[in-house]
Design a protein around this ligand. Structure first.
Ligand code: ADQ
Length: 475
């Protein structure tokens, strides 16, 4: 359990991310417990922190005016950043998720602009930067994560020229024509250019960033590099490159090989009536994930009579997400209406056409579902990477299953042997689904073998090591 500390400690490696890797749980008797949230990023950081303790700066996930004291948890020094309820509404739900998120995802829904949200974003980024400077040892490596903290690199550099600063973008970086909509575009670019190295999911994202610097900010660029004035020196070079993220492939494969996971996969299939074809979707309930397009294609296949329950069934797991943002409320209503209609028209007693589940599952259950699914359907309209696609592949230690994958995911650039689709093209998506169902098993095994080769060789530990090597100039 957490041991609270009073004096400021400093570390050679500092991670800053919107969220701490732990959830705060207040027990009935009022005592506070911190539970480690399982996730790829935590696993990756554990691997780079092995042998040296690092610090992690982040929000606890709950409102509070009072900052919780820093504490040690399972080998990581956690430095909480307090956010008020108003700041959560303006910086997180507002600017991060209702301004930046839509712009960075092709404006699938319109972005909302409020000056007050921007002010909150600046204030919170400043608080994160101050916390980073407080825990960074002289010459430390600082690794900042994601679109919520784009101003932190420059804010840290202003205080600390001795540290090495990297930033990784988990989501896409938009084409300049879309990024140009952002009223604070130049200040965001200047914030990022405080870093030494900027990592992106795809080559195209890094190029979009460099182009935005040139066209919207007037910075000089050369290939992957942006030239930044840095008095009293003449200039400083900021490099932007693709470092695609991955997953803990070994951990997942190990879980998939356990007899109890395999038994659970069989049990899941049996409880679904042992369909010939089990199709699966697993996503945060987000409009970027193409859940509506996926359901439409599936519904048309049912309407056309090309597939039908009980032979075929679809399990859609949709994790609740950002429920206070209007676009997410609307999406939930539309998805639930569609599922209701599909089931009303096509289910038979004891065999629904769609099983829709609106909650999260532990990792063990997720892997059992992956093992049970004949066709994994991943259809985002835009997605930085999409870890679910890689998790499915890593879990198929039996070389079974088939992956339908949108070409608008970062994962597509590594997994192009999958059954590729453009989710906007409903006919094409229907064909990709049918193709994934009908392709002979031996051919599907060959495809899965190729996909697994890529995912097994490029895991999240390798990703983290590569990012740090790029950042510290040792690659
Ligand atoms: P996300 O948009 O959240 O991530 P994704 O990459 O698919 O999308 O990661 C989701 C994670 O949550 C996966 O590990 C998945 O297994 C898990 N998950 C989803 N639904 C779940 C459920 N119902 N129960 C339990 N677990 C569930 C953002 C970007 C992505 C990028 C990642 C990492 O949007 O493009 O790949 O960060 O950089």
């Amino acid at each position: 359990q957490a041991g609270a500390t009073t004096e400021a400690e400093t570390f050679d490696l500092v991670i800053a991310a919107n969220r701490l890797p732990v959830d705060k749980v207040v027990l009935d008797d009022g005592t506070v417990e911190w539970q480690r949230s399982p996730g790829g990023l935590v696993t990756a950081m554990e691997s780079v922190m092995a042998g040296r303790e690092g610090a992690w700066v982040g929000w606890t996930g709950q409102p509070g005016d009072e900052a919780d004291a820093p504490f040690h948890n399972e080998g990581i020094y956690l430095r909480p950043v307090a956010l008020t309820a108003d700041e959560i509404a303006a910086y997180y739900e507002g600017f991060s998720n209702d301004t930046l998120w839509p712009i960075y995802h092709d404006v699938i829904v319109p972005a909302t602009f409020h000056r007050a949200w921007w002010s909150a974003y600046e204030a919170v980024n400043r608080r994160f930067a101050d916390a980073v400077c407080e825990v960074a040892a002289p010459g430390a490596v600082v690794w900042i994560h994601d679109y919520q903290l784009q101003l932190v690199p420059a804010l840290v550099r202003a205080q600390r020229q001795d540290v090495r600063i990297g930033w990784f973008n988990h989501i896409p970086f938009p084409p300049v024509e879309l990024f140009a909509q952002l009223p604070w575009r130049k200040r965001v670019l200047a914030g990022l250019l405080g870093a030494d190295f900027l990592g992106f999911q795809r080559v195209a994202d890094a190029k979009n960033f460099v182009r935005a610097c040139r066209q919207l900010g007037g910075w000089q660029t050369k290939g992957q590099n942006v030239v930044v004035a840095d008095p009293p020196r003449e200039h400083r070079i900021v490099r932007a490159a693709a470092v695609p993220i991955s997953i803990d492939t070994q951990g997942l494969a190990e879980l998939a090989n356990r007899p109890e996971t395999r038994a659970r996969a069989r049990e899941l299939r049996a409880s679904l009536g042992n369909p010939e074809v089990l199709m699966l979707g697993v996503d945060r309930l987000d409009y970027t994930k193409g859940i509506r397009h996926r359901l439409k294609a599936y519904e048309e296949l049912l309407d056309d009579g090309q597939i039908a329950p009980p032979d075929v069934t679809f399990v859609q797991i949709a994790t609740p997400s950002r429920e206070r943002v209007e676009a997410y409320r609307q999406l939930r209503e539309e998805v639930e209406l569609t599922v209701g209609r599909i089931n009303g028209n096509h289910s038979v007693i004891g065999a629904p056409a769609v099983h829709y589940i609106h909650h999260g599952y532990p990792r063990e259950e997720m892997v059992a579902l992956f093992l049970a699914a004949d066709v994994m359907v991943v259809t985002p309209l835009r997605d930085g990477m999409n870890l679910v696609a890689k998790e499915y592949v890593a879990s198929r230690t039996d070389y079974g299953g088939a992956l339908v994958l949108s070409e608008f995911t970062g994962a597509y650039h590594e997994l192009h042997q999958a059954f590729v689709c453009n989710p906007h093209d409903i006919e094409g998506l229907k064909n990709a689904m049918l193709h994934a169902i009908q392709t002979p098993a031996d051919q599907k095994r060959r495809i899965m073998r190729a996909l697994r080769r890529r995912v097994m060789a490029h895991d999240v530990q390798r990703w983290a090591a590569r990012f740090l090597a790029d950042l510290t100039g040792t690659s």
